[in-house]
Every structure is written in C-alpha cells, then in structure tokens.
Design a protein around this ligand. Sequence first.
Ligand code: DX5
Ligand code: ZN
Length: 229
Amino acid sequence: MTSIGPSLMCANMGELRDTIVRLDQAEADFFHFDIMDGKFVPNFTMGPDMIRELRHYTDKIFDAHLMIEEPERYIKVFAEAGCDMISVHAESTIHLQRTLNQIKELGVKAGVALNPASSLNHLDYVWDIVDYVVLMTVNPGFAGQKFIPLTLEKIKKLKKLIQENGNSIEIQVDGNISYEIIPQVLNKGADMLVCGTSCLFRKGESLEYSMANLHSFLEGLSKGNVANS
Ligand code: DX5
Ligand code: ZN
C-alpha cells in the first residue's frame, strides 16, 4: 500500500501546527521531518522541540530523517519527542548496527538512509534489524532539486534484495517526488513517498486540493496497475 508523507521542511514554518492538522484531516499517512545540522548537509531545518510541540496535534506517524553527523548522539531525544520512525544515514555514523539497535530498543522503527551515490552494500549486515530504507532521489539538503534518474535502478535492486531476504522492509523515496516521477518509483517498488514541493506544497494550491489530487492520482495508478507491474 503506497503511503503519502508530507515533508514538513517544505511547509510554511510559521503555520506548522495548522498545516499538520489540515494534512492529517486530508489523510496524510505519515509526517516526514528532515533534520539537518549544517554539517552532514549544508542546511538547517528543525529540531526535537518542534517535533515535541507538534506531537500534540496529530496521532499520525512521525518519521524523523536525521541528516546529521553522529546521529547516535540524538536518537533518544527524537524518540522522546514523539518520533515513531527514525532514519539515520549510513554515511553519518561509524557504528550503524549499534545505532539502529539503539533506535529499536526505544521501541521506534529503525531506518537506514542512503545518499544517491551510496551503495546498497551498506545494508549487507543489518537486514535483520532494519524496518525501512530511505533512498535519497536527490542530493540531501534542499527542497526543489532535480530527481537523479539512476536511483530508479537502485529502488529496483533494493526491492529484489528485500524479496530475496524475505523481509517486510519498506522503501521510502525522498526528493523531487513529482507526478511524473511517482509512477516510475512505484513501478520499481517504492512504498513510502516523501512529498515536498514537487507534488504537495505547490504555489497557488491549497493543501487540501493537493492532497485530494495526490490521493486520486495514486488511486488511478493502482487501478491502472501501473504501480504493481
Ligand atoms: C531533500 C528533502 C526532501 C525534499 C522533498 O533533502 O529531504 O524531503 O525536500 O521536497 P521536494 O519535492 O522539493 O524535493
Ligand atoms: Zn527526508
């Protein structure tokens, strides 16, 4: 089942509470929080206090994507702020297996995020503890970037590996997920769509209009079976 996850770094920071309530009512499946430290990626966004505050306004899944160096330092903070899922970049921690265990021990779903150029080999010895994989389809750090076509092959390869390992690991795609790209990534096996400026936070469109559009587009795809072929 394809899930829609608004990327809140693309929202109006002054209206986050209202945005979360409206998107919850418009049937968003999860909320994606891009956390940036200005070092792992050359940008800053939000932090655990903001997540803790927003936690009061929805019961939907909170998914924190830690684009930070040494994320192991902050797993507990984000878990206690109310995150249900936390992904860390394999490129950002020396001890990936230990960091993923740290997330699981807190009762939070553990994800591995990979930059576009990073190999799926990072997953070789953590299959048993990974709940989801975030495949960056743009170079991380900014909204409004261009999709990297080679990542399509990566989604397909990852889907095959998951099926061979008999796991129920979900594939999350993150970056320039547009109406043109969505059928392509679904065809390759993506499950969770991180929706930013490309398909959701669009100038001149209300959140409700964009979400309704997105839902009917996905419904049309599933009927046309394009996504499952
Ligand atoms: C990129 C972010 C993505 C992105 C999604 O670092 O992780 O969430 O902002 O938004 P668009 O659709 O603008 O790429
Ligand atoms: Zn992200």
